[in-house]
Design a protein around this ligand. Structure first.
Ligand SMILES: Nc1ncnc2c1ncn2[C@@H]1O[C@H](COP(=O)(O)OP(=O)(O)O)[C@@H](O)[C@H]1O
Ligand SMILES: [Mg+2]
Length: 338
């Protein structure tokens, strides 16, 4: 597979998680099912109407061509399942932070569950953002994924928790996990630790989504060793292509040395802004570099997502009729079809 050339300009990171979270205004339940922030001003309504018009026009102009610049592929209806498991393990991976790994893990998980799939979400980042995003306070937990991987007496089934979303369970994490990276180095079979601890529950789920931390360290290598597929969320910003070559190199090494069944399931473009030429240009570069593995589904940039983090639930339940919810449902169908 081809990898993109490094962009020539010096690095400057795009918006951080902290920056987007500081802009959050929480909508009241009656307001929160639209696609736009919920400021209730006349000028905001005017803007909304204008944007809706623009979107309609765009759809007419596009004639079935998606934001990837390709026609949408035909995706079959997800078949109903007669029984559950064994699970496919997907690592949500990109060593760059703030690209939408955690957001995509929660919302793809919830959308897969809407298709009748049983889903386990594994928080494999000591920041615990996935746990927070599902309404769990990581510092209050006394058993997390850390205990499961480091202490043989702690069972995974006792540590997995139900979430408010039907069909979605969580193996939570907190800052304790940051010690694991160092401690695992001395373990026998250190790269296979996650694979080993997941084994007892593999038949209970159809999908296990592992939310990786923003690094290519031992925890991420564990996730890749346990995985059947990798989903790479990629922010539609010029500098996001930097580092993807290194990520793909790591994936290929894991494939060669530890896990021959590992595959790149797909590349997910996130934080896309259909109104900017910049987003379109980055999208074109991504499709040029990676071709068919780029999902047709593209996630637009919207304040709906930071809001859902604060609400502690996926967008599919927080704003079920929003464009963001529809996008993750479309992604779930693509993932099931691949
Ligand atoms: N499509 C999106 N549009 C706008 N903000 C988003 C989108 N996806 C995620 N965010 C926000 O960006 C920040 C980083 O996203 P996150 O999923 O935590 O990234 P990562 O896990 O890769 O660090 C969070 O505040 C999140 O709410
Ligand atoms: Mg994250």
């Amino acid at each position: 597979m081809s990898t993109p050339n490094e962009p020539a300009k010096p690095s400057a990171s795009a918006g951080s998680a902290a920056a987007s979270l500081s802009q959050v205004t929480i909508a009241t339940p009656a307001e929160h099912d639209g696609d736009e922030p919920s400021e209730d001003t006349i000028s905001s309504r005017g803007r909304k109407a204008k944007r809706a018009k623009e979107t309609k026009q765009q759809e007419r102009d596009n004639d079935g061509i998606g934001p990837t610049g390709r026609p949408y592929r035909e995706i079959p209806e997800p078949p109903p399942l007669e029984r559950h498991g064994p699970a496919l393990v997907m690592a949500m991976c990109n060593q760059k932070g703030g690209v939408g790994k955690t957001t995509s893990t929660i919302n793809l998980g919830a959308a897969l569950a809407e298709c009748g799939r049983r889903v386990l979400l594994v928080d494999f980042d000591p920041q615990g953002a996935l746990s927070v995003g599902l309404g769990i306070q990581p510092h209050e937990l006394d058993q997390t994924v850390y205990n499961v991987i480091m202490e043989r007496s702690v069972s995974i089934t006792d540590t997995i928790r139900k979430t408010r979303v039907d069909g979605v369970d969580l193996l939570p994490s907190n800052i304790d996990l940051s010690a694991a990276e160092v401690q695992l180095v001395a373990e026998v079979g250190r790269e296979h630790t996650l694979l080993r601890v997941l084994r007892p529950v593999m038949n209970d789920y159809d999908y296990v989504l592992v939310d990786c931390q923003p690094s290519l360290g031992l925890l991420t290598v564990n996730a890749l060793t346990a995985a059947d597929g990798v989903i790479i969320p990629l922010e539609c910003e010029f500098f996001s292509l930097r580092g993807v070559a290194l990520l793909i190199d790591t994936i290929e090494k894991v494939q060669e040395r530890l896990n021959p069944k590992l595959d790149i399931t797909g590349i997910l473009a996130t934080m896309y802004d259909p109104r900017t030429l910049h987003s379109k240009e980055v999208m074109a570069r991504v499709v040029e570099a990676f071709g068919d593995i780029v999902f047709d589904t593209v996630i637009n940039r919207t304040v709906r997502f930071p809001e859902t983090t604060v609400a502690g639930e996926p967008i599919t339940t927080w704003a079920p009729k929003s464009a963001g919810a529809a996008a993750y449902r479309a992604l779930a169908r693509e993932v099931i079809a691949r």
